[in-house]
Design a protein around this ligand. Structure first.
Ligand code: ATP
Ligand code: MG
Length: 564
């Protein structure tokens, strides 16, 4: 078995089935596929499907195909083909890139072959051309409890059907005028088996197939045959396709496809709290400008997470941790936030930044002078070493680290109180300056030169340690603080998901950053001490200022709110 992420080999009912199939010799090897429709960007749910399909191929020395399920020319676009390709590669890079088939597959490349299969069904009397309008078709199909009504076209001869089907292809009829339907069972309790439509007329150009076609095969006819054409062994999809499985099987069992043929297996969709997971809804957020595009760092899209600074491994660990089941459940999004937090705690270097600056003057520090103090890059990783950070007479601290009239338990700065400036000195607040409205504008402090490095030679202790940056060396940066996009754990549950959009999902501030952050390369992630994990925005600055995204805070602030 190839190496898998995490320590233990993964087990679930689909993997059990794969093992059983291999043990029984049902397939010569494992071939899976990830089959997105290119009608939107990939989201976290797709990541789960990618982890499952690529994971199973990886664990069994198999292959996984990226196949675009592109049978609907109206909603699909090459922009989506490109973004999906990029996102899949990013997500599996360094993990399962070895099992990705070299070629990218498109269901639309099989249109000619699929047409040939459809002709075979027609000739065998197993498909017919139908003239019912969509409304009539629905009426005829009926309800599960009672048999449906036969279409007038159902008993036409194969020769007549073939002639009509060929004329459908040649463009003789208008959209909706005719369909090709599989002749199965108008009394089946499963409505999908009541002579489903397998071809429809659409005079539309296709993003991949061009203008060759004006008839397009339906999903249920295309998917199983595409799986068969590619030699897929295990066709893994989400539970809503369970009721389609008899049709998947019917098509493959009524055509002379190669054996062994693929089989479909379903698992429940990932449904994280505080998110919507449907491309249609995500598209609405983009089109109605509730967010700034598909890769807005607040979006639950892979592109959004990447831009926000999430790592592929944290997303994969989250997906793998959620597991694969057949029951519907919601997954706490806090698990994803924990996954990235845990990883970055180990890997991200620490830096100092002040996001709500309050000026501090160290009145006994010589004017015009400065020095450098040593700061630890990562207490979790000794090899990360130390760096020099400038210190001087004028500093910034967080406004929230000072209280004029502090309660007992407030261990930070207050008038007459002494605290440690991390890596530097003890300081004591001597006085407070205010503007005409009474807002605090500056603190006048003194420092103890004996406490360099943060320790007093006389052994005296301070209760609080706060972070700071040297005002004369600080770099200004735009810092984007993201919060959850929705205020409700299940935005879909209460009706219109747009009604629970979080008005405070984006808060932009100007931060004061230690100078080393001015040139942090894109893709690098750091911890701003005491504040969270941050990364430069890839679509960065239109101004001179660097732009930083908050990836995640240091702790789950929502858990606290929920407990109150
Ligand atoms: P959406 O409803 O968001 O548009 P979809 O199912 O139509 O999603 P596809 O592009 O057809 O999206 O999906 C590609 C693959 O990803 C399918 O196999 C699908 O089952 C799987 N998938 C989609 N959403 C999820 C999810 N939330 N959890 C797990 N797998 C998913
Ligand atoms: Mg779909």
């Amino acid at each position: 078995m190839s190496e898998v992420e995490g320590n233990e080999a993964r087990k679930d009912f689909i993997r059990d089935r794969v093992q059983a199939d291999l043990a029984a010799g049902n397939y010569p090897g494992v071939v899976t596929r990830f089959p997105p429709e290119p009608n939107g960007y990939l989201h976290l749910g797709h990541a789960k499907s990618i982890c499952l399909n690529f994971g199973i191929a990886l664990e069994n020395g198999g292959v996984c195909n990226l196949r675009f399920d592109d049978t609907n020319p109206v909603k699909e676009d090459t922009e989506y083909v490109d973004s999906i390709t990029e996102d899949v590669k990013w997500l599996i890079d360094g993990w399962a890139d070895g099992v990705l088939a070299e070629k990218t597959f498109f269901a639309s490349d099989y249109f000619e072959q699929l047409y040939g299969y459809a002709v075979q069904l027609v000739k065998a009397g197993k498909a017919y051309v139908c003239e019912l309008t969509p409304e009539e078709w629905e009426n005829y199909r009926g309800v599960p409890e009672q048999p449906g009504k036969e279409s007038p076209g159902r008993n036409r001869s194969p020769e007549e059907n073939l002639d009509l089907f060929e004329r459908m292809r040649s463009g003789e009829f208008a959209d909706g005028e005719k369909t090709l339907r599989a002749k199965i069972d108008m009394a089946s309790p499963n409505l999908h088996m009541r002579d489903p439509v397998i071809y429809r007329i659409r005079h539309e150009e296709h993003h991949h197939a061009g203008d060759q076609w004006c008839i397009y095969p339906m999903y249920d006819f295309t998917h199983c045959l595409s799986d068969s054409i590619e030699g897929i062994s295990h066709s893994i999809c989400t539970l809503e396709f369970e009721v389609h499985r008899p049709l998947y099987d019917w098509v493959l069992d009524n055509l002379p496809v190669p054996q062994p043929r693929p089989h479909q297996h379903e698992f429940s969709r990932l449904n994280p709290t505080f998110m919507v997971m449907s491309k249609r809804k995500l598209l609405q957020l983009v089109e109605d400008k509730h967010v700034n595009g598909w890769d807005d760092p607040r979006m639950p899209t892979i592109a959004g997470y990447r831009r926000r600074g999430f790592t592929a491994s944290a997303i994969r660990n989250f997906c793998q941790g959620v597991g694969v089941t057949k029951y519907k459940a919601v997954t706490d999004v806090g698990l994803l936030e924990n996954a990235i937090r845990e990883e970055l705690n180990k890997t991200a270097e620490r830096r100092c930044a002040v996001l709500d600056p309050l000026e501090v003057i160290i009145e006994n520090y010589p004017e015009g002078e400065s020095e450098e103090v040593d700061a630890v890059n990562n207490p979790e990783d000794e090899t990360a070493g130390k760096r020099k950070v400038p210190f001087g007479r004028r500093l910034f601290i967080e406004r929230g680290d000072f209280m004029e009239d502090p309660p007992k338990k407030f261990f930070r700065l207050g008038p007459g109180r002494e605290v440690r400036l991390r890596y530097a000195y003890f300081i004591t607040c001597q006085s407070v300056e205010k503007d005409a409205e009474g807002n605090i504008t500056r603190l006048i402090c003194t420092y103890d030169p004996e406490t360099r490095g943060g320790h007093a030679p006389d052994g005296r202790k301070v209760k609080g340690t706060i972070h700071w940056v040297s005002a004369d060396h600080a770099v200004d940066a735009e810092v984007r603080l993201y919060d959850r996009l929705f205020t409700e754990p299940e935005p879909d549950a209460a009706g219109d998901f747009l009604e629970c959009l979080n008005p405070d999902s984006l808060n932009v501030v100007t931060g004061k950053l230690e100078p080393s952050l001015g040139e942090l390369p894109i893709g690098q992630r750091v911890q701003f001490e005491r504040l969270g994990y941050f990364t430069p925005d890839a679509k960065g600055s239109t101004t001179d200022k660097p732009v930083f995204n908050r990836i995640v805070g240091l702790r789950d602030s929502w858990a606290k709110i929920a407990k109150k």
